[in-house]
Design a protein around this ligand. Structure first.
Ligand code: SF4
Length: 193
């Protein structure tokens, strides 16, 4: 059977019932493919982490939450019930799946030592110990009780804090309390969730 390029493209683009390629009716196959992608997934509602619009998303994950099952994110879409975006996502938000399923995603704390040209993985316990030690050392070295005119200020000018855009208001509340108690006044965050 001879088939022209034009006829082949027309044949493969026609959707719906009765689609036939080389004599095979592929309609059931296409219908099956359309339903399979999220038919067995768990839905998790979340917030796009990219900008302050804070669109709602639904993350579809394969895996039945059994202990030995490794969950796999297979699709991310806008949440139609979310009052901010009502199901829509901009191109950046629509690419969220690639942010989650990405071999370059960082899963461990990393540190770049003075003079080093690379970042090294370190365990969480070590990271927390080192952060605590450096916060204490820096605060002790830079805490200012009085300013140049003798006024009491009690501030730590050697530490700054910046938060992520998916931090909740509750988390940010605790951050502000903790940082203010250290005397930190350079605080930035994106309180929106
Ligand atoms: S989907 Fe786009 S507009 Fe919405 S929060 Fe994400 S980056 Fe911002």
């Amino acid at each position: 059977m001879e088939i022209s390029r034009r006829a082949f493209i027309q044949g493969t683009l026609i959707g719906g019932a009765g689609l036939s390629v080389f004599g095979f009716d592929v309609t059931p196959v296409l219908a099956q493919a359309r339903t399979l992608k999220i038919s067995r997934t768990t839905e998790t509602r979340s917030t796009c982490p990219y900008c302050s619009v804070s669109c709602g998303v639904i993350i579809h994950t394969l895996g039945d939450k059994a202990k030995n099952a490794v969950p796999q994110v297979v699709h991310v879409e806008g949440d139609p019930d979310h009052p901010i975006n009502r199901g829509t996502l901009c191109p950046k938000g629509a690419s969220l799946e690639q942010d989650i399923v990405n071999p370059r995603r960082l899963l461990k704390p990393q540190v770049r030592r003075p003079g080093s040209d690379r970042w090294d993985d370190i365990p969480w316990d070590q990271a927390l110990d080192e952060i605590s030690r450096w916060v204490k050392k820096t605060r002790d070295a830079t805490f200012l009780e009085k300013d140049a005119r003798g006024r009491t200020v009690n501030r730590c000018e050697g530490i700054a804090f910046t938060g992520g855009c998916t931090d909740t208001n509750e988390f940010n509340y605790l951050v502000v309390k903790t940082m203010r108690s250290l005397g930190v006044c350079y605080l930035e965050n994106q309180a929106r969730v």
